[in-house]
Design a binder for this molecule. Structure first.
Ligand SMILES: C[S@@+](CC[C@H](N)C(=O)[O-])C[C@H]1O[C@@H](n2cnc3c(N)ncnc32)[C@H](O)[C@@H]1O
Length: 185
């Protein structure tokens, strides 16, 4: 893996907007939830998608910009195009998750992560994990420890509609990678 100074990371030559040690976090999640169904919101250049595919095989990753496909390696059939802020599109894509047997882990990392979290939670079933990126608990948390983790703060706990949702058991670990980790009850 080659890193750059901005805190962004290359995973097998595809750019991922993640902390340098993101592989270690994905490996941790895989060890805990090896059978999970994975959905990424916000593909960008496909680095995290490819990393998730290397652990899980086929996953689903959504973006409204088809550029990402050009950068994908083995993950071509995991890339899906659509507007994640469109309620009809979300319903069409995600309503079947409510009947899915496996735990689903949502990696929420699109253009407005709090909005996406609040929309997608409707399609999460009990036990599903909702991960939201560019996260610290609040601005103060970002100022005190977050800046050592990641260069961007977008979502705090108060931005999230947490009715029926609690912090996931590995919430504290998620913070070390700029991911907020929650679980549907
Ligand atoms: C922060 S990047 C994703 C980074 C990627 N998950 C990674 O780890 O490398 C956000 C992506 O969300 C996409 N996006 C923004 N608004 C969107 C929308 N309304 N629907 C779908 N994708 C959107 C952008 O095109 C961009 O590629």
């Amino acid at each position: 893996m080659i890193n750059n100074r901005g805190g962004s990371t290359y995973y097998n030559n595809s750019w991922t907007m993640q902390v340098l040690n993101i592989t270690e976090f994905v490996e941790f999640i895989y060890t805990k939830y090896p059978e999970a169904n994975i959905i990424e919101l916000g593909t960008a250049y496909g680095g995290l998608t490819n990393l998730l595919c290397d652990f899980y095989g086929k996953i689903r990753s959504y973006d409204n910009n088809p550029t990402a496909i050009a950068y994908s390696k083995h993950a071509e059939d995991s890339f899906l195009i659509g507007d994640l802020h469109d309620d009809l599109f979300l319903k069409e894509q995600f309503k079947s998750n409510l009947e899915e047997e496996k735990v689903t882990i949502f990696f929420i990392d699109g253009g407005d992560k709090a909005l996406e979290f609040n929309k997608v939670k409707k399609y999460a079933k009990p036990g599903d994990i909702l991960m939201v990126h560019d996260y610290m608990i609040n601005q103060e948390d970002f100022e005190t420890r977050g800046k050592d983790v990641w260069n961007h703060f977008e979502v705090g706990e108060d931005d999230l509609d947490l009715e029926g949702i609690t912090r996931a058991p590995f919430f504290d670990r998620g913070i070390s990678y700029a991911w907020g980790a929650y679980q549907k009850q």
